[in-house]
Write a protein that binds this ligand. Structure first.
Ligand SMILES: [Zn+2]
Length: 438
């Protein structure tokens, strides 16, 4: 078809369209500026994690490799380096500060600049515009990432200070762990501010309106691998969306799959993939919300990469995630159980889903005598050997991370950017001017 013919055909089509389609039956066109923003952070989820998850998730009995939500929503990449003073490798605090404020700071900073002065966050700016705000995370709610979105401190380690400062955030929904940091006196103050305070996860379902603070664990929530429920992050996220969307001025919600990073620090590929699975599921919940509420933008990324995960190691061109699906609990839990039980070998083999041959048994017996950490680490090495997984560090690495987006404004995140750009773009999408709080 020549260009003139194509133009003619398109013109004809555009003339026909109004006749063929009843305008009332078209879905609402997406606005160019979102009313609601959902920021999702897979803590430590560098590119190797999303690739590994694709193969973990793959059905090996079919020829094709199934796409994941990450493949579907990928739009760009982001650099993660912190302020000059901290070099090229960021921690979660500096990265969250960048994502929440658009300003780079030192490792450990909670939304303060290199002079330790507070920097306004997207959550505070949203509040000034009468919007609602919330966080749903699997770490304690005052851990580095949510803390940098909600508050300010010169150190991420100031957990009690941050918990107290949360009183001033006016956040409408705070869901995660952290009972340890909120004593009765502090909880009474949240109660006086009108917060419904929950400690039982099952109580979340009955909550019908904000404000709510759910502290569902002493510190972090259980590993997905140890959790009969296994869908806490997606459940908390679904509830947060339901509660926050009651505000006609819109909302900003932060969702964090916090324990992907903790699994990476532990070099525990089985825990990492299970946490990734629930984070992917949560992204699908948000993707679905965006479909039904086309005035919502979702942007997901990682704050940094953790562990130097490699898909294949030791010169072998192979990765075998099948072994990871046989575990009935986390390696932490299996090792703890094996340490205290008299008869530990058969239950451990059963929990891992593979036989312990004599050489392996001898290794594990020696490790067991040195305590839980040594035993857990010996088991992880065996799981790495069987899956051919590699690690280069127990800390973070400085590689760029991916950016995923859907909804109005998603196109702003296409291509290469810095993590501070993500925040600047999101802040630019907030409504102009200030409105009285709802
Ligand atoms: Zn970390």
């Amino acid at each position: 078809m020549k260009l003139s013919q194509l133009t003619g055909a398109l013109l004809g089509l555009s003339l026909l369209l109004p006749l063929a389609v009843d305008a009332n039956q078209l879905p609402n066109p997406a606005p160019s500026r979102p009313q609601n923003i959902v920021i999702m952070v897979g803590d430590g989820m560098g590119p190797a994690y999303t690739s590994a998850y694709r193969y973990f998730n793959d059905n090996p009995d079919t020829e094709e490799i199934e796409q994941t939500v990450f493949d579907r929503l990928l739009v760009g990449m982001a650099s993660t380096y912190p302020a000059r003073v901290s070099g090229y490798v960021t921690d979660s605090a500096a990265a969250a500060t960048a994502l929440a404020t658009g300003v780079k700071s030192y490792n450990g900073a909670i939304s303060v600049d290199t002079q330790k002065q507070p920097i306004p966050t997207i959550m505070e700016k949203a509040k000034q515009r009468g919007m609602s705000t919330g966080v749903a995370v699997t770490s304690q709610i005052n851990h580095a990432t949510p803390a940098a979105f909600l508050s300010h401190s010169e150190s991420r380690k100031n957990y009690v200070e941050l918990a107290n400062k949360y009183l001033e955030t006016d956040a409408d929904v705070m869901l995660g762990g952290g009972q340890k940091y909120f004593d009765q006196e502090l909880l009474a103050k949240f109660d006086a501010k009108g917060y419904q305070i929950l400690q039982e996860f099952s109580a979340l379902e009955s909550i019908k309106q904000p404000k709510v603070m759910g502290l569902f664990a002493e510190v972090q929530l259980p590993w997905v691998l140890d959790d009969k429920d296994g869908h806490r992050l997606s459940t908390m996220t679904g509830k947060a969306l339901e509660l926050l969307s009651q505000n006609p001025n819109g909302f900003v919600l932060l969702v964090e799959g916090s324990l992907i990073d903790w699994a990476g620090h532990n070099n525990d590929i089985a825990a990492a993939m299970a946490e990734m699975d629930e984070f992917a599921h949560t992204m699908e919940v948000v993707e679905q919300f965006v479909r039904q509420n086309p005035n919502t933008l979702m942007v997901a990324t990682a704050d940094h990469n953790t562990g130097g995960l490699s898909i294949g190691s030791k010169g072998k061109y192979a990765w075998n995630p099948e072994v990871l699906k046989g575990l009935s609990a986390s390696i932490d839990t299996l090792a703890a159980a094996a340490l205290t039980a008299e008869d530990w070998q058969a239950p451990l083999a059963q929990g891992l889903g593979f036989e312990l041959d004599p050489a392996l048994l001898e290794q594990l017996t020696k490790a067991r005598m040195q305590g839980k950490e040594t035993l857990a680490s010996a088991i992880k090495q065996e799981v790495d050997r069987r899956s051919n997984t590699g690690w280069t560090t127990g800390g973070h690495t400085g590689t760029d991370v991916q950016v995923f987006a859907t909804g109005p404004g998603a196109e702003l995140f296409i291509g290469n950017q810095d993590n501070t750009d993500i925040a600047s773009k999101l802040i630019s999408l907030l409504p102009k001017g200030q409105r009285a709080a709802q």
